[in-house]
Design a protein around this ligand. Sequence first.
Ligand code: SF4
Length: 184
Amino acid sequence: MKIRLASEILTDSIVDGPGIRTVIWTQGCGHNCLGCHNPITHDFNGGFLKDVDELKEELAAIKLQDGVTLSGGDPMYQVDACLEIAKFCQENNLNVWCYTGFTYEELMNMSKKNNKIIELLNCIDVLVDGEFVLKEKTLNAKFRGSKNQRLIDVASSLKQNQVVLYEEKIKQFDKYKKNKALFI
Ligand code: SF4
């Protein structure tokens, strides 16, 4: 199976979710958000194709990463390939964050026609959902660009059949980092 990427994977990111992360930049996005910081990733024929098995080998070789972030572009346009990658991450104890321009509710609707979306959501720890809205732009919201976007605890949301936000866990992580710093 192939995935269309915008660039090779990026390691050691500290801005695409908590901890030190590897980022996979998928190519292709149909949302056309005004003010998108990454318009080069929109073209569904742009970027390059990469074998998913090869990508998994690269992920397996990377050490000292807390997790993997699926970004783009919008990973939800390549559900099958992203599912395979997210499953691999799950099996290898790497937490998965995913950025998408779709809202959680839109994805749930889309999943009625494509059950793989639910399978993919089941492999994602945190979904950062919704389009980037320029008038909602903020520099103060952690791990997202505009205030409408949400950090969603996917497992709890699926279980409770409603959106459960991840904010509390982020606060705990910050507290943990602060406490850890006191001991270094
Ligand atoms: S969803 Fe993300 S990549 Fe797509 S247009 Fe919006 S900001 Fe850009």
